[in-house]
Design a binder for this molecule. Sequence first.
Ligand SMILES: Cc1ncc(COP(=O)(O)O)c(C=O)c1O
Length: 382
Amino acid sequence: MKKFETKAIHVGVQKDKSYNSVITPIYPTSTFFFDELGVNKGYDYTRSHNPTRAALEENLAALEGGERAWATATGMAAETTLLFLLKNGDHLIAGHDIYGGTYRLFANIVPRMGIEVSFIDMRHPENVKKAIRPNTRAIWIETPSNPLLNIVDIEAIVTLAKNKKILTIADNTYMSPYFQRPFESGVDIVLHSTTKYINGHSDVVGGVVIVNKDRGDLGDRINYLFNALGTACSPFDAWLVLRGVKTLPQRMEAHQRGALKVAQFLQDHPSVKKVYYSGLPSHPQRELIKKQMKGFGGMLAFEIDSKKVDICHFFKKLQYFSLAESLGGVESLIEQPWGMSHASMTETARREAGLSPELIRVSVGIENPEDLIEDLKNGLKS
Ligand SMILES: Cc1ncc(COP(=O)(O)O)c(C=O)c1O
Protein backbone atom coordinates (compact mmCIF):
# COMPACT_ATOMS: atom_id res chain seq x y z
CA MET A 1 0.00 0.00 0.00
CA LYS A 2 1.97 2.98 -1.25
CA LYS A 3 -0.27 5.70 -2.53
CA PHE A 4 -1.30 8.60 -0.28
CA GLU A 5 -5.06 8.27 -1.00
CA THR A 6 -5.02 4.59 -0.07
CA LYS A 7 -3.03 5.17 3.10
CA ALA A 8 -5.42 7.94 4.18
CA ILE A 9 -8.28 5.43 4.15
CA HIS A 10 -6.61 2.26 5.38
CA VAL A 11 -3.55 2.83 7.57
CA GLY A 12 -4.22 2.28 11.26
CA VAL A 13 -7.86 1.47 10.76
CA GLN A 14 -8.45 -1.33 13.20
CA LYS A 15 -11.31 -3.50 12.10
CA ASP A 16 -13.33 -4.74 15.03
CA LYS A 17 -13.01 -8.50 15.45
CA SER A 18 -16.04 -8.83 17.77
CA TYR A 19 -18.72 -7.69 15.28
CA ASN A 20 -16.72 -7.14 12.05
CA SER A 21 -17.28 -3.39 11.97
CA VAL A 22 -15.39 -1.88 9.04
CA ILE A 23 -14.72 1.37 10.88
CA THR A 24 -12.51 1.64 13.98
CA PRO A 25 -14.79 1.65 17.04
CA ILE A 26 -14.67 4.45 19.61
CA TYR A 27 -13.33 3.15 22.93
CA PRO A 28 -14.70 5.73 25.36
CA THR A 29 -13.16 4.14 28.41
CA SER A 30 -10.84 5.86 30.86
CA THR A 31 -9.21 2.60 31.96
CA PHE A 32 -8.64 -1.04 30.88
CA PHE A 33 -8.73 -4.07 33.15
CA PHE A 34 -5.80 -6.43 33.55
CA ASP A 35 -6.33 -10.17 32.91
CA GLU A 36 -4.05 -10.74 35.84
CA LEU A 37 -1.33 -8.77 37.60
CA GLY A 38 1.09 -7.52 34.93
CA VAL A 39 -0.97 -8.89 31.99
CA ASN A 40 -3.18 -6.66 29.83
CA LYS A 41 -3.94 -6.24 26.12
CA GLY A 42 -1.51 -3.37 25.58
CA TYR A 43 -3.67 -0.63 27.06
CA ASP A 44 -4.01 0.43 30.68
CA TYR A 45 -5.16 4.06 30.90
CA THR A 46 -6.56 6.37 28.20
CA ARG A 47 -4.37 9.36 29.03
CA SER A 48 -1.39 7.21 27.97
CA HIS A 49 -2.88 5.06 25.18
CA ASN A 50 -6.25 4.32 23.65
CA PRO A 51 -7.02 2.04 20.66
CA THR A 52 -9.07 4.67 18.78
CA ARG A 53 -6.35 7.26 19.26
CA ALA A 54 -3.68 4.72 18.29
CA ALA A 55 -5.46 4.15 14.97
CA LEU A 56 -5.36 7.87 14.20
CA GLU A 57 -1.73 8.17 15.29
CA GLU A 58 -0.64 5.33 13.03
CA ASN A 59 -2.52 6.87 10.13
CA LEU A 60 -1.04 10.36 10.55
CA ALA A 61 2.50 9.03 11.06
CA ALA A 62 2.17 7.15 7.74
CA LEU A 63 0.80 10.16 5.84
CA GLU A 64 3.69 12.37 6.98
CA GLY A 65 6.25 9.60 6.44
CA GLY A 66 7.21 9.66 10.13
CA GLU A 67 7.79 6.96 12.71
CA ARG A 68 5.45 7.64 15.65
CA ALA A 69 2.70 10.11 16.38
CA TRP A 70 0.80 11.46 19.39
CA ALA A 71 -2.68 12.92 18.91
CA THR A 72 -3.29 15.86 21.22
CA ALA A 73 -6.33 17.78 22.45
CA THR A 74 -5.53 20.85 20.32
CA GLY A 75 -2.75 22.15 18.10
CA MET A 76 -1.60 24.28 21.02
CA ALA A 77 -1.42 21.15 23.21
CA ALA A 78 0.93 19.64 20.59
CA GLU A 79 3.08 22.78 20.76
CA THR A 80 3.07 22.78 24.57
CA THR A 81 4.20 19.15 24.67
CA LEU A 82 7.13 19.96 22.42
CA LEU A 83 8.20 23.03 24.37
CA PHE A 84 8.87 20.77 27.34
CA LEU A 85 11.75 19.27 25.35
CA LEU A 86 13.48 22.58 26.22
CA LYS A 87 14.66 23.69 29.63
CA ASN A 88 15.63 26.77 31.58
CA GLY A 89 18.52 28.58 29.84
CA ASP A 90 17.73 27.30 26.32
CA HIS A 91 17.07 29.48 23.29
CA LEU A 92 14.38 29.02 20.62
CA ILE A 93 14.22 30.64 17.16
CA ALA A 94 10.87 31.25 15.44
CA GLY A 95 9.50 33.29 12.53
CA HIS A 96 8.09 36.73 13.33
CA ASP A 97 5.03 36.09 11.20
CA ILE A 98 3.70 32.86 12.71
CA TYR A 99 0.17 31.97 13.87
CA GLY A 100 -0.90 34.47 16.56
CA GLY A 101 -1.58 31.80 19.20
CA THR A 102 1.90 30.34 18.75
CA TYR A 103 3.36 33.83 18.99
CA ARG A 104 1.40 34.42 22.23
CA LEU A 105 2.75 31.19 23.74
CA PHE A 106 6.34 31.94 22.70
CA ALA A 107 6.30 35.64 23.62
CA ASN A 108 4.33 35.55 26.88
CA ILE A 109 4.55 32.07 28.43
CA VAL A 110 7.78 30.41 27.27
CA PRO A 111 10.05 33.17 28.69
CA ARG A 112 8.52 32.41 32.12
CA MET A 113 10.17 28.98 31.85
CA GLY A 114 13.56 30.72 31.47
CA ILE A 115 13.67 30.05 27.72
CA GLU A 116 14.66 32.90 25.42
CA VAL A 117 12.89 33.29 22.07
CA SER A 118 14.11 35.21 18.98
CA PHE A 119 11.47 36.12 16.40
CA ILE A 120 13.05 36.70 13.00
CA ASP A 121 12.22 36.96 9.30
CA MET A 122 12.83 33.31 8.36
CA ARG A 123 12.49 33.83 4.60
CA HIS A 124 16.25 34.34 4.59
CA PRO A 125 18.30 31.42 6.00
CA GLU A 126 21.16 33.84 6.74
CA ASN A 127 18.91 35.52 9.36
CA VAL A 128 18.58 32.12 11.04
CA LYS A 129 22.32 31.59 10.88
CA LYS A 130 22.89 34.96 12.57
CA ALA A 131 20.29 34.23 15.27
CA ILE A 132 21.84 30.89 16.34
CA ARG A 133 23.55 31.11 19.75
CA PRO A 134 25.51 28.50 21.73
CA ASN A 135 22.34 27.76 23.76
CA THR A 136 19.96 27.49 20.76
CA ARG A 137 18.10 24.17 21.14
CA ALA A 138 15.28 24.41 18.61
CA ILE A 139 14.16 26.16 15.45
CA TRP A 140 10.42 26.49 14.84
CA ILE A 141 9.50 26.46 11.15
CA GLU A 142 6.03 27.54 10.07
CA THR A 143 5.81 27.43 6.28
CA PRO A 144 3.88 28.85 4.52
CA SER A 145 3.44 31.35 7.32
CA ASN A 146 0.04 32.31 8.67
CA PRO A 147 -1.36 34.60 7.25
CA LEU A 148 1.11 36.05 4.70
CA LEU A 149 2.26 32.80 3.08
CA ASN A 150 5.94 33.57 3.39
CA ILE A 151 7.96 30.46 2.62
CA VAL A 152 10.81 29.15 4.76
CA ASP A 153 13.50 27.05 3.05
CA ILE A 154 13.15 23.90 5.17
CA GLU A 155 16.23 22.15 3.77
CA ALA A 156 18.48 25.19 4.31
CA ILE A 157 17.32 25.52 7.94
CA VAL A 158 17.79 21.79 8.58
CA THR A 159 21.36 22.01 7.24
CA LEU A 160 22.15 24.90 9.59
CA ALA A 161 20.58 23.12 12.56
CA LYS A 162 22.06 19.66 11.98
CA ASN A 163 25.63 20.93 12.25
CA LYS A 164 24.88 22.25 15.69
CA LYS A 165 22.52 19.50 16.93
CA ILE A 166 19.57 21.89 17.08
CA LEU A 167 16.07 20.39 16.89
CA THR A 168 13.98 21.40 13.89
CA ILE A 169 10.20 21.47 14.33
CA ALA A 170 7.84 22.15 11.41
CA ASP A 171 4.24 23.30 11.81
CA ASN A 172 2.71 21.77 8.67
CA THR A 173 -0.88 22.83 9.38
CA TYR A 174 -1.29 25.10 6.34
CA MET A 175 -0.29 22.52 3.73
CA SER A 176 -1.22 19.18 5.34
CA PRO A 177 0.94 16.15 4.47
CA TYR A 178 -0.82 15.99 1.11
CA PHE A 179 0.95 19.11 -0.18
CA GLN A 180 4.13 19.21 1.94
CA ARG A 181 6.16 16.61 3.81
CA PRO A 182 8.92 18.31 5.86
CA PHE A 183 10.47 14.94 6.84
CA GLU A 184 11.62 14.64 3.22
CA SER A 185 13.77 17.73 3.92
CA GLY A 186 15.07 16.22 7.16
CA VAL A 187 13.21 18.01 10.01
CA ASP A 188 13.07 16.15 13.32
CA ILE A 189 9.44 16.79 14.28
CA VAL A 190 6.26 17.74 12.43
CA LEU A 191 3.18 19.07 14.15
CA HIS A 192 -0.31 19.97 13.02
CA SER A 193 -3.40 21.59 14.30
CA THR A 194 -5.65 18.74 13.10
CA THR A 195 -8.52 21.17 13.76
CA LYS A 196 -7.74 22.42 10.24
CA TYR A 197 -7.28 20.44 7.01
CA ILE A 198 -6.61 17.03 8.53
CA ASN A 199 -10.04 16.88 10.14
CA GLY A 200 -11.48 19.30 7.60
CA HIS A 201 -15.05 19.67 8.86
CA SER A 202 -14.78 22.39 11.53
CA ASP A 203 -16.33 20.09 14.13
CA VAL A 204 -13.39 19.21 16.38
CA VAL A 205 -10.22 20.76 17.79
CA GLY A 206 -7.10 18.61 17.86
CA GLY A 207 -3.40 18.38 17.20
CA VAL A 208 -0.68 15.89 16.42
CA VAL A 209 3.06 15.56 16.99
CA ILE A 210 4.98 13.24 14.65
CA VAL A 211 8.62 12.24 14.97
CA ASN A 212 10.95 11.47 12.07
CA LYS A 213 12.49 8.01 11.73
CA ASP A 214 15.77 7.17 13.45
CA ARG A 215 15.89 10.10 15.84
CA GLY A 216 17.36 8.17 18.75
CA ASP A 217 15.43 8.55 21.97
CA LEU A 218 13.42 11.59 20.78
CA GLY A 219 10.25 9.52 20.37
CA ASP A 220 10.57 8.09 23.89
CA ARG A 221 11.11 11.57 25.33
CA ILE A 222 7.98 12.90 23.58
CA ASN A 223 6.00 9.84 24.67
CA TYR A 224 7.01 10.48 28.27
CA LEU A 225 6.01 14.16 28.06
CA PHE A 226 2.68 13.35 26.39
CA ASN A 227 1.75 11.07 29.29
CA ALA A 228 3.24 13.24 32.02
CA LEU A 229 1.60 16.43 30.74
CA GLY A 230 -1.73 14.80 29.85
CA THR A 231 -2.07 16.51 26.45
CA ALA A 232 -3.90 13.61 24.72
CA CYS A 233 -7.15 14.03 22.80
CA SER A 234 -10.31 12.12 23.69
CA PRO A 235 -11.20 8.86 21.88
CA PHE A 236 -14.27 10.53 20.38
CA ASP A 237 -12.24 13.43 18.96
CA ALA A 238 -9.66 10.96 17.61
CA TRP A 239 -12.46 9.07 15.88
CA LEU A 240 -13.80 12.24 14.27
CA VAL A 241 -10.34 13.20 12.96
CA LEU A 242 -9.80 9.65 11.66
CA ARG A 243 -13.09 9.96 9.80
CA GLY A 244 -12.11 13.36 8.38
CA VAL A 245 -8.62 12.41 7.21
CA LYS A 246 -9.91 9.74 4.82
CA THR A 247 -10.91 12.46 2.33
CA LEU A 248 -7.89 14.72 2.87
CA PRO A 249 -6.45 14.29 -0.67
CA GLN A 250 -9.75 14.98 -2.42
CA ARG A 251 -10.51 17.96 -0.19
CA MET A 252 -7.03 19.46 -0.64
CA GLU A 253 -7.35 19.29 -4.43
CA ALA A 254 -10.74 21.00 -4.27
CA HIS A 255 -9.48 23.67 -1.83
CA GLN A 256 -6.59 24.42 -4.15
CA ARG A 257 -8.76 24.61 -7.28
CA GLY A 258 -11.06 27.10 -5.56
CA ALA A 259 -8.26 29.15 -4.00
CA LEU A 260 -6.49 29.64 -7.33
CA LYS A 261 -9.69 30.92 -8.98
CA VAL A 262 -10.48 33.19 -6.03
CA ALA A 263 -6.90 34.54 -5.98
CA GLN A 264 -7.01 35.27 -9.71
CA PHE A 265 -10.33 37.07 -9.32
CA LEU A 266 -9.06 39.17 -6.38
CA GLN A 267 -5.84 40.03 -8.20
CA ASP A 268 -7.77 41.78 -10.96
CA HIS A 269 -10.24 43.57 -8.70
CA PRO A 270 -9.83 47.38 -8.48
CA SER A 271 -10.67 47.44 -4.74
CA VAL A 272 -7.94 44.92 -3.87
CA LYS A 273 -4.43 46.29 -3.33
CA LYS A 274 -2.45 43.04 -3.03
CA VAL A 275 -3.06 39.28 -3.06
CA TYR A 276 -0.94 36.73 -1.18
CA TYR A 277 -1.24 33.18 -2.56
CA SER A 278 1.50 30.64 -3.13
CA GLY A 279 -0.17 29.46 -6.35
CA LEU A 280 0.13 32.83 -8.13
CA PRO A 281 3.09 33.24 -10.50
CA SER A 282 3.66 36.63 -8.85
CA HIS A 283 4.64 35.01 -5.50
CA PRO A 284 8.23 36.20 -4.90
CA GLN A 285 9.41 32.76 -3.70
CA ARG A 286 8.13 30.81 -6.68
CA GLU A 287 11.28 28.70 -7.09
CA LEU A 288 11.33 27.62 -3.45
CA ILE A 289 7.62 26.78 -3.63
CA LYS A 290 8.31 24.49 -6.60
CA LYS A 291 11.21 22.86 -4.76
CA GLN A 292 9.58 22.00 -1.46
CA MET A 293 5.80 22.00 -1.90
CA LYS A 294 3.63 19.58 -3.85
CA GLY A 295 0.81 22.12 -4.18
CA PHE A 296 -0.37 25.50 -2.97
CA GLY A 297 -3.27 24.74 -0.65
CA GLY A 298 -6.45 26.63 0.06
CA MET A 299 -5.29 29.60 2.14
CA LEU A 300 -4.83 33.10 0.79
CA ALA A 301 -4.82 36.68 2.03
CA PHE A 302 -5.45 40.06 0.45
CA GLU A 303 -5.32 43.73 1.25
CA ILE A 304 -8.56 45.51 0.66
CA ASP A 305 -8.52 49.18 -0.37
CA SER A 306 -10.36 50.64 2.60
CA LYS A 307 -10.69 53.98 0.82
CA LYS A 308 -12.93 52.26 -1.70
CA VAL A 309 -14.68 49.59 0.40
CA ASP A 310 -15.68 49.66 4.06
CA ILE A 311 -14.26 46.47 5.62
CA CYS A 312 -17.20 45.93 8.05
CA HIS A 313 -19.67 46.42 5.23
CA PHE A 314 -17.69 43.93 3.10
CA PHE A 315 -17.82 41.19 5.77
CA LYS A 316 -21.54 41.80 6.40
CA LYS A 317 -22.50 41.41 2.77
CA LEU A 318 -20.90 37.97 2.37
CA GLN A 319 -23.24 35.01 2.22
CA TYR A 320 -20.98 31.95 1.93
CA PHE A 321 -17.87 33.16 3.79
CA SER A 322 -18.42 33.07 7.55
CA LEU A 323 -16.57 35.75 9.49
CA ALA A 324 -14.70 33.33 11.74
CA GLU A 325 -11.27 32.32 12.96
CA SER A 326 -9.83 28.91 12.05
CA LEU A 327 -9.30 27.43 8.61
CA GLY A 328 -9.17 24.24 6.60
CA GLY A 329 -12.84 23.23 6.80
CA VAL A 330 -15.01 22.39 3.80
CA GLU A 331 -16.86 25.68 4.27
CA SER A 332 -15.20 28.99 3.41
CA LEU A 333 -14.12 31.22 6.28
CA ILE A 334 -12.86 34.79 6.26
CA GLU A 335 -11.30 36.96 8.93
CA GLN A 336 -9.20 40.01 9.75
CA PRO A 337 -5.92 38.76 11.34
CA TRP A 338 -5.25 42.22 12.82
CA GLY A 339 -8.30 42.09 15.10
CA MET A 340 -8.91 38.33 15.28
CA SER A 341 -6.37 35.46 14.84
CA HIS A 342 -3.30 37.68 15.47
CA ALA A 343 -4.80 40.18 17.91
CA SER A 344 -2.70 38.87 20.81
CA MET A 345 0.49 40.19 19.16
CA THR A 346 1.49 43.73 20.08
CA GLU A 347 0.80 46.37 17.44
CA THR A 348 4.54 46.70 16.79
CA ALA A 349 4.92 42.92 16.35
CA ARG A 350 1.96 42.82 13.98
CA ARG A 351 3.40 45.66 11.86
CA GLU A 352 6.85 44.05 11.85
CA ALA A 353 5.28 40.81 10.61
CA GLY A 354 3.69 42.72 7.73
CA LEU A 355 0.10 42.78 9.00
CA SER A 356 -2.26 45.74 8.66
CA PRO A 357 -5.94 46.29 9.49
CA GLU A 358 -6.63 46.07 5.74
CA LEU A 359 -5.33 42.50 5.51
CA ILE A 360 -8.00 39.83 5.13
CA ARG A 361 -7.32 36.09 5.44
CA VAL A 362 -9.42 33.62 3.49
CA SER A 363 -9.79 29.89 3.97
CA VAL A 364 -11.29 28.83 0.67
CA GLY A 365 -13.72 25.95 1.18
CA ILE A 366 -14.79 23.36 -1.35
CA GLU A 367 -17.97 25.11 -2.50
CA ASN A 368 -18.28 25.85 -6.22
CA PRO A 369 -15.68 28.60 -6.85
CA GLU A 370 -18.11 30.50 -9.11
CA ASP A 371 -20.48 30.98 -6.16
CA LEU A 372 -17.58 32.11 -3.96
CA ILE A 373 -16.39 34.63 -6.54
CA GLU A 374 -19.93 35.98 -7.01
CA ASP A 375 -20.17 36.40 -3.24
CA LEU A 376 -16.86 38.31 -3.03
CA LYS A 377 -17.83 40.44 -6.04
CA ASN A 378 -20.97 41.43 -4.22
CA GLY A 379 -19.12 42.18 -0.98
CA LEU A 380 -16.54 44.33 -2.76
CA LYS A 381 -19.18 46.60 -4.32
CA SER A 382 -18.60 49.98 -2.71
C1 LIG B 1 -0.54 27.24 11.83
C2 LIG B 1 -1.26 26.93 13.12
N1 LIG B 1 -0.63 26.24 14.08
C3 LIG B 1 -1.23 25.93 15.26
C4 LIG B 1 -2.53 26.35 15.53
C5 LIG B 1 -3.15 26.02 16.85
O1 LIG B 1 -4.09 25.01 16.72
P1 LIG B 1 -5.39 24.82 17.65
O2 LIG B 1 -6.29 25.98 17.40
O3 LIG B 1 -5.94 23.50 17.20
O4 LIG B 1 -4.91 24.78 19.06
C6 LIG B 1 -3.23 27.08 14.55
C7 LIG B 1 -4.60 27.53 14.81
O5 LIG B 1 -5.15 28.36 14.10
C8 LIG B 1 -2.58 27.38 13.32
O6 LIG B 1 -3.19 28.08 12.36
